[in-house]
Ligand binder design. Sequence first.
Ligand code: ADP
Length: 389
Amino acid sequence: MTARPASSPQTEALSRLAESEEKYRRLFEYSEDPMWLILDNKFEICNDAAVSVLGYDTQEELASTHPSALSPPYQADGLDSFSKAEQMMAAALEKGYHRFEWTHRRKDGTDFPVEVTLTAIPYEGRTGIYCIWRDISARKDMEAALVEAKARAEEANLAKSKFLALMSHELRTPLNAVIGFSELLAAEALGPLEGKQQEIVGNIHQGGTILLNLVNDLLDFARIESGQFDMELAEIDVIGAVASSATIVADDAARCDVTIHWDQEGSEPRMARGDRLRLVQSIVNLFSNAIKYNRKGGNIWVSVEAGGAFGGMIVRVRDDGCGIKQERLSQIFDAFERGDQASGTIEGTGLGLNVSKRLLEAMGGDIRVESEPGQGSTFELHLAPANGS
Ligand code: ADP
């Protein structure tokens, strides 16, 4: 036999191979992630991490344990562990790689969830399955805590909405009585009133109306929140809806000395898809805001035109009132959000735009806004086309 020189290419290749094997053996041995190699459905080798995570004392003890003792009889998805293990290994052999969740059982009988990755590898002339897994108890606990927290939050939200709906309902009857009787008094149907008395009755009426609007906003909000909101979608005339809304706010506008410019009164109907009552409610809300957040001698321009984000109609309400700061624009549609008015003297709940936006969305439309502080605001209601489904 001829001795090969120490540095022959074969020797170098062999030593590189030994080096590489040693590297992988060390990676396997010292990894903090549990690993093992399965050959012909039996453990071939396992590492210390697997031994300690499963609560065994030595690799030999773990390797000699029947695999069925390392898992509960059934997995979280209801499959029996034996069949599922067979399925998972078959998937790994077929695709070369397979990842799934599994429940392991420690030596002391306690179960814990893991994420397993199986990789098919050539091993000593055969195909082995290299298995690496990670304890995901912390992740699972967090997921469960999140699901529970969400369920609790939803329950609390529902309880709040029910309470709001009930309270709002109960408050409306006496409020309507206050408003109705103050109207009777103001009309002097129950006898003449002196100047001061007229003023006081006027204040009672105004206060009652503000409260009723607030209660109505709360009631709508509660109904939308609890999903108890009926909407009748049909083909509706947008010009007619704007005209009705303008009539509803006419007295308020006159009292605040704000002029509504509406040139399309009596025009041909312009059809879109929506719920007429709810559209009028939303337009009235835009008008009321354009009046409230305006000044004496201010203006509101309203127009209806075809097109918009949904290809139906746009109702545009522009005012030359106080406007809204850019950084506040995205918040004004949030519930109970009053933007710059939070500390102001103008009455409001911060619910009107939130309710209107949700109404419009339920009709297949949306509300958009642009504003310039000191110059005014433009709100647009975008509606779906009449023939939309
Ligand atoms: P509310 O008027 O009851 O406060 P809204 O939801 O209708 O509630 O409006 C939210 C906020 O948006 C208002 O408090 C106000 O700051 C701002 N806002 C709405 N419309 C206008 C407008 N036309 N001009 C200026 N600010 C407005």
